[in-house]
Design a binder for this molecule. Structure first.
Ligand code: ZN
Length: 89
């Protein structure tokens, strides 16, 4: 798969248990992320399935998991489970 094609479409989906576990481990790895989520995102509405995206960082094999509802945009606030970068989707 070519790495210079922007992959903004969802890659997969996961259930609430998987999502919560992925976000919890990303936050546990980087303490500053938890503050960032608190500042930039609101709590998610209740849901059963969540989209997962490929991380856009060059060379990162990670996946973006939904951490919250972006406060200043109609978007979801996501965190990569590998490089820890946050982005909006
Ligand atoms: Zn990444």
């Amino acid at each position: 798969m070519s790495s210079n094609i922007a992959q903004n479409y969802p890659y997969s989906s996961e259930d609430e248990t998987e999502r919560a576990a992925s976000i919890a481990s990303a936050l546990a790895r980087d303490g500053s992320l938890a503050d960032k989520v608190k500042t930039e995102a609101d709590r998610l509405p209740k849901g059963d399935r969540w989209w997962v995206w490929k991380c856009p960082s060059r060379g990162c094999p990670g996946l973006l998991h939904t951490a919250g509802q972006a406060r200043n945009a109609r978007a979801v606030f996501t965190i990569c489970d590998t490089c820890g970068k946050s982005s909006l989707r």
